[in-house]
Design a protein around this ligand. Structure first.
Ligand code: GCW
Length: 719
């Protein structure tokens, strides 16, 4: 009886909401479900009748497969591929060189400005027929143009008067997977690694193709398959054939594979006595290794290296510099067109006076010493992917070196796959920060796209959040962070609001009211999280080990891994004094940024405790004293999660049941764990401030001891 009731309820539901189908999230933002708005559908039906892709290549072939399935899906009927333009409404895609139709249209002047991988989408006429042209100088551009066109359709945008030009502003747009060979994923919260090393190379999971399609749809053109805490085994012949099998799947989608290189590999798998980068045998070993890799994977991208950081081996083990190490590897891959991405996330074995200064101190003196095919990969902030950090002072400080940013898409410090946190505003905040390296307007984005210092080798990396769970990222909204990274890597000047709007329309619904509601949730979510985790510039106060919950009391182990090192709370106040009278980290920024940060009056309040040790009774702009403001922000953070729950509740008519319920349930857990952050941190800091909770702030449910010993049992990634 119960089942019959359930089934009838489902039938009624489908009848009421015919467009809303069961959805497990696997298709991400490439859903291609029929357009349900009758007016939009009528317009598309009129404007799109047939398609041609002119030219022959594996990329154009997969573009055709995608075009066919997207058009059939979105328009709800079969749109056939044709050999010649015979009717209005034909889509013609191809390159200037490979498509007779496109080359006959005299588009050269329009296309001259396109960089490689760029495209135009144009409504025009060909032999008196109305056509839509998707044209590029290379096959990759055709593929990206086609995906752009789908984005328009998925967003229900008009496709009649198209005149779109787009080129990527960053050359290499890469995901970094922190995936281990046993399929565990460091800081991964979405199941196991996508790469099944046991069954490769013979078994090719459909996921590999869908991963490549998805990345191509947002312009990602490279993937580092392995963890930066590297295992040398990946460089052995047995594994390289597996890597080659993945490269073969990704190639048509214009995605190159890269690997992490363990610096001690010549010793570990090469049986040499040393990995000294200046040793002739070591140099020869890496050259031979590179030759072997390129014989299997001719378009191999190159190496990513974490050296002399958190116990990883590196050139400093042999009294050599980062430049010596990077250049040796760069010389090995250079004859094949490969590159080396050398990470600046370093710290040595001695605890520094301020860890935030370390990368700058080690790398700035090396500016100008790196080979042309080396990029220095710099985290967005100077400490470690915190909910809020100032931009990394290395941006703008190494003019003779190609720098690339590393963002973290996986939410190591932002609630793993449990909390709804849209990261585009965090990425955007860094990209749009003004370094003043060459005066006003020297944005981080300009360092990255090469325009500030005329660099042609440019790149951007994001630490992936994709794994083996059915919907790839765990939280449905975590998909948006993957999407946002790709879009910003294509164009670092994009606005978070635009990105959110695109993603919501493609992923959930085109209903304007629902889009606005969801957009509001997304755009506020990062600030909300900062409030209940690390307000006013607090940082690195998370639980040791898993980094999910609060741990401001963590005081054991290596000092610069503890929380007390960073918050420095005492009876007078709280915060890390990085001013000229403290650690002087401010001096690593150009004026006037350094002066603004140095002065407690001008330092942005959202970074106040990053740069200053501030008395508990210091008055903030709100009129509240610091202690009250801290409590208020924590409390507001929690209350805002409740507002998010409320808003989400109002979208139920527009979202399929599966994803609606999943998000709803996760928001319950987010609110619960936000309270743990709030109460744990307030109670702990109160032991220093010795002040009462201000009026209006909810009282903690338990005592401090409870929070200090709290164990999480339902959070991915915590064992
Ligand atoms: O944030 C820290 C993480 C480590 C990570 C390291 C890094 C891959 O906690 O898990 O190691 O950063 O970026 O190298």
């Amino acid at each position: 009886m119960k089942n019959i009731l359930k089934i009838s309820a489902f039938i009624v539901f489908c009848f009421l909401f015919p467009g809303i189908k069961a959805e497990d999230g696997y298709r991400l933002w490439l859903r291609y479900d029929p357009v349900t708005d009758p007016a939009v559908l009528a317009q598309y039906t009129k404007s799109i009748k047939a398609w041609i892709i002119e030219g022959e290549s594996s990329t154009l072939r997969v573009a055709g497969v995608e075009l066919q399935s997207a058009l059939n899906g979105l328009l709800g009927r079969s749109i056939t591929s044709v050999k010649a333009v015979k009717r209005n409404g034909t889509i013609i895609a191809g390159t200037l060189a490979g498509s007779p139709v496109i080359s006959s249209l005299k588009l050269e002047s329009r296309m001259r400005g396109l960089s490689p991988e760029g495209y135009i989408i144009l409504s025009t006429k060909y032999r008196n027929k109305k056509v839509i042209i998707i044209a590029a100088n290379d096959d990759a551009g055709v593929l990206y143009g086609i995906f752009h066109f789908f984005r328009l359709l998925q967003m229900h945008k008009p496709v009649t008067e198209l005149e779109i030009t787009s080129s990527p502003l960053v050359k290499l747009r890469l995901l970094n997977h922190w995936d281990n060979l046993n399929r565990s994923v460091e800081r991964g919260y979405s199941g196991f690694s996508l790469w099944n090393w046991n069954t490769l190379p013979d078994s090719i999971d459909q996921r590999y193709t869908d991963y490549a399609r998805t990345n191509a749809s947002i312009g990602i053109n490279g993937t580092v398959l392995t963890n930066v805490n590297a295992n040398a085994l990946i460089l052995t012949g047995d594994y390289l054939v597996k890597v080659a099998a993945l490269a073969n799947v990704f190639r048509p989608y214009c995605i190159k594979v890269y690997l992490t290189a363990r610096f001690s590999a010549p010793v570990e798998i090469g049986k040499l006595k040393t990995a000294d980068p200046l040793d002739p045998e070591v140099i020869a070993w890496w050259k031979k290794k590179a030759d072997e890799i390129y014989s299997l994977i001719p378009d191999f991208g190159g190496f990513l290296v974490k050296a002399n950081s958190e116990g990883q081996p590196g050139p400093q083990n042999y009294n050599r510099t980062h430049a010596d190490g990077a250049n040796m590897l760069a010389d090995a891959v250079a004859p094949h067109g490969g590159i080396v991405m050398w990470r600046a996330f370093v710290y040595d074995n001695n605890v520094p006076d301020d860890r935030a200064k370390q990368a700058y101190n080690e790398f700035v003196p090396l500016d100008g010493q790196f080979r042309k095919n080396v990029l220095i990969q710099v985290k967005n902030g100077p400490v470690d992917f915190q909910p809020r950090e100032p931009f990394h002072p290395l941006f703008g400080a190494m003019p003779a070196t190609a720098l690339m940013p590393e963002f973290q898409i996986t939410q190591e410090y932002l609630g793993s796959s449990v909390h709804l946190v849209f990261l585009a505003p965090l990425f955007e905040e860094c990209l749009k920060a003004d370094t003043y390296a060459k005066g006003k307007g020297s944005l981080v984005a300009k360092v990255i796209d090469g325009t500030l210092e005329n660099h042609t080798l440019t790149a951007m990396a994001g630490v992936s959040n994709a794994g083996s769970v059915r919907n790839w990222t765990g939280h449905s909204f975590a998909q948006a962070n993957w999407y946002a990274f790709g879009r910003l890597a294509w164009d670092p000047y994009l606005d978070s609001g635009q990105i959110a709007g695109e993603w919501i329309r493609m992923t959930f619904t085109c209903d304007d009211e629902a889009v606005q509601r969801i957009s509001k949730i997304m755009l506020n979510s990062r600030e909300i999280t900062v409030n209940y985790m690390t307000p006013i510039g607090l940082h690195h106060i998370m639980y040791a080990g898993h980094h999910y919950g609060p741990g401001p009391w963590v005081n054991r182990g290596r000092q610069d891994w503890t929380s007390v090192y960073y918050h420095r709370a005492d009876s007078i106040g709280i915060g890390f004094d990085r001013t000229s009278s403290g650690s002087n980290a401010v001096s690593q920024y150009y004026p006037p940024v350094r002066d603004i940060y140095n002065n407690i009056q001008t330092c942005p309040e959202n970074l106040l405790l990053w740069f200053h040790h501030v008395p508990w009774d210091y008055k903030l702009k709100s009129g509240r004293i610091l202690w009250n403001e801290i409590c208020y922000r924590y409390d507001e953070g929690v209350k805002s999660v409740r507002l998010m729950q409320n808003e989400w509740g109002k979208t139920s008519n527009f979202i399929d049941k599966e994803r609606f319920e999943q998000v709803k349930e996760l928001l319950v857990r987010q609110e619960r764990d936000a309270r743990i952050w709030r109460d744990g941190c307030i109670l702990y800091f109160q032991t220093f401030s010795k002040r009462p909770l201000p009026a209006g702030v909810d009282k903690p449910e338990h005592d401090l001891q409870y929070y200090m010993t709290h164990k999480y049992t339902d959070v991915p990634g915590i064992r």
